[in-house]
Write a protein that binds this ligand. Structure first.
Ligand code: HEM
Length: 378
């Protein structure tokens, strides 16, 4: 494995790049610039020249309506549904899941693979707890997603149809009989008439399919960062109170938008009007890529930024984005990482990788990146 944990420095605040589909874009790299543009009302997460295309590069140009598409309403719905109380209420369940998975690992074959036996099932099962769906359904939906990604055309079509129908049924059943679960909360948070149903269905679809990959990869990434430097892991065992700052440091170095394969990347935003930024003329409709990975390596904010430092404090990284569209599930993601690391440190104080970190297999498909397996020993 090449050193995937060292994102490149990007010094210029704004550079013109070409995306993998050949579209020109402004890549925004400096911390201050990324933060400023993340909450800049002159940018939206939808192309003002397109209708209903969000956070994605346009595939089809529709005739440009003059009204910008405002997705702030949906972002608010998400925030109302992801309340701190709802997330915190999941903590005992996450702790139980971590205990059970680590029990199985301790009793299972050696060497265990922390990706397939810990990170992946943990995040899958937490999403089941969030949605209040059965574990069986959690794995079923995951299998459909695998078929969609890796199967032949017929299998992919079947997988897609199965996921869509599962999500529509889930949504409809919670509409009929609301409970105390997240799907019911998402419906209630929309207010009368559930105006954001299509957005909710899209979100739930991604949550039961690919949406578990980011937290799984973040957890894997953290395990690798900690185990690559055994001193770091051991100091956390001695001082478990450092686990909060260790999680923040893992998140800072996590390449949430790596772009290694897909070309220049960043959180996508579109200019709603013409304006000047750092002496550059930005035109309405221009695509801007907010490169939070480069921003997290800005030495003016994170001294000695390439160093993985579990004591780093403050650590105002932008891994969850910033502003109105920042990740509404950041609290949940942090909780998952905290409970997972606390469990690992307690159960396996002498944990180490069982192969050289340079030999770890890293999946580099455009649709999903991450470690394929994490063999460990203790
Ligand atoms: C370590 C784990 C995670 C990371 C690093 C992460 C990061 C991000 C980032 C960078 C964004 C885009 C922010 C922007 O556009 O400004 C985002 C948006 C989003 N994330 Fe996360 N995320 C994580 C986990 C999750 C989880 C577990 C869920 C759901 C359970 C989730 C749901 C969402 C949703 C729904 C949005 C879109 C928000 C909107 O459109 O306003 N994320 N996340």
């Amino acid at each position: 494995m090449a050193d995937q944990t060292a994102p490149p420095h990007q010094d210029a605040p704004l550079v013109l790049v070409t995306t993998q589909t050949g579209r020109p874009a402004w890549q925004v790299n400096g911390y201050a610039a990324v933060k400023a543009l993340s909450r800049d009302a002159r940018l939206a997460d939808a192309d003002p020249k397109l209708a209903h295309v969000r956070s994605e590069e346009p595939a089809v140009a529709l005739d440009g309506g003059e009204e910008p598409i405002d997705s702030i309403g949906w972002a608010r719905v998400l925030r109302r549904a992801f309340t701190p109380e709802r997330v915190d209420a999941l903590k005992p369940r996450i702790q139980q899941l971590v205990r059970d998975l680590l029990d199985d690992i301790a009793a299972g074959r050696r060497p265990p693979d922390l990706h397939n036996e810990f990170s992946m099932p943990l995040i899958t099962l937490v999403s089941c707890a969030l949605l209040e769906i059965s574990e069986e359904d959690g794995y079923r939906t995951r299998a459909w997603w695998q078929a969609l990604k890796t199967g032949n055309r017929a299998e992919a079509a079947e997988g897609q149809a199965a996921i869509l129908s599962y999500v529509r049924n889930l949504y409809a059943s919670r509409q009929r009989e609301p409970g105390d679960d997240f799907v019911s909360a998402l419906i209630a948070a929309q207010g009368p008439g559930a105006p954001y149903t299509e957005d909710a269905l899209k979100f739930l679809t991604s949550l039961v399919s690919k949406g578990r990959e980011t937290p799984t990869n973040a957890l894997d990434w953290g395990i690798v960062l900690l185990l690559r430097q055994p001193d770091m892991y051991r100091s956390l065992v001695r001082e478990p109170e450092l686990v909060d700052s260790a999680v923040e440091e893992v998140l800072r170095l996590f390449p949430v938008i790596s772009g290694k394969i897909q070309g220049p990347e960043g959180i996508r935003r579109f200019a709603l009007s013409d304006f000047q930024f750092h002496a550059n003329d930005i035109k309405r409709g221009d695509l801007m890529l907010l490169n939070v990975v480069a921003a997290n390596m800005d030495d003016s904010v994170f001294p000695d930024s390439e160093r993985f430092d579990i004591h780093r404090n403050p650590n105002p990284h932008l891994t969850f984005g910033f502003g109105p569209h920042s990740c509404p599930a950041a609290r949940l993601a942090r909780l998952e990482l905290l409970v997972a690391f606390a469990g690992l440190l307690e159960r396996f104080p002498t944990l180490r990788l069982s192969i050289d970190s340079a030999d770890l297999r890293y999946r580099e498909r455009p649709t999903s990146e991450g470690f394929e397996s994490l063999p460990v020993t203790w």
